[in-house]
Design a binder for this molecule. Structure first.
Ligand code: ZN
Length: 193
């Protein structure tokens, strides 16, 4: 399906407001979102305790721990998420949001999707789906509307990162890609004329 950026922003806003009871200027909890959709999130250790077959755990532990942050695993008609809890909480939050974005967009996939860091899957099924998931997870964690207001208030990338509970790298990416910084500096120039 074709999603425009505007449509993805609307979807994210609906999920934030209706399901997570958050406005466009506050942090959301991607773990709550997974919970609402009945998607279990396991750490590797939790996976062992949940009775996951040893071959599957072997598979995850054999992949270099720094090489993956989270994985979306098809499981019958559903999915579950495995996360690498060696990474920082903010990085983990963005990975869970990314995996949930694929799920919200009802992307079909025939493999375990691995994410690595802030920028999404290491083995996407298609560039189009990957771009959609990246945009939707960006809007979920740090909406363009929130980014623009934060920029207008002159907040630094670090302050924005704290406001939305994301990494500084993630905040910087959103502040740039949404045009928030550009819009704020143009407004400042207009005012000073
Ligand atoms: Zn992805």
């Amino acid at each position: 399906m074709n999603w425009t950026k505007a449509a993805l922003a609307r979807l994210a806003a609906e999920v934030r407001e209706n399901e997570l009871k958050a406005n466009l200027h506050e942090r959301i909890c991607p773990y709550d979102l997974a919970d609402l959709y009945g998607v279990a999130v396991y750490t590797l250790q939790g996976l062992a305790e949940s009775g996951c077959p040893p071959e599957a755990i072997e598979f995850f532990t054999s992949v270099r721990p720094e090489a993956w942050s989270a994985a979306l695993v098809p499981n019958g008609t559903g999915q579950f998420i495995v996360e690498n809890n060696a990474h920082t909480p903010r990085r983990r939050r963005s990975n869970i949001a990314h995996e949930m974005a694929h799920l919200l967009l009802e992307h079909e996939f025939d493999r375990i999707l691995f994410t690595n860091g802030n920028r999404g899957c290491a083995n996407p099924t298609s560039k189009e789906m990957e771009d959609q998931a990246a945009e939707l997870s960006g809007e979920l964690l740090l909406p363009a509307v929130g980014a623009r207001r934060a920029a207008a208030y002159g907040r630094s990338d670090d302050q924005v990162a704290d406001q939305f509970d994301v990494s500084t790298e993630f905040a910087r990416w959103r502040m740039n890609v949404t045009g928030a910084r550009k819009i704020a500096s143009r407004a400042a120039r207009t005012r000073s004329r």
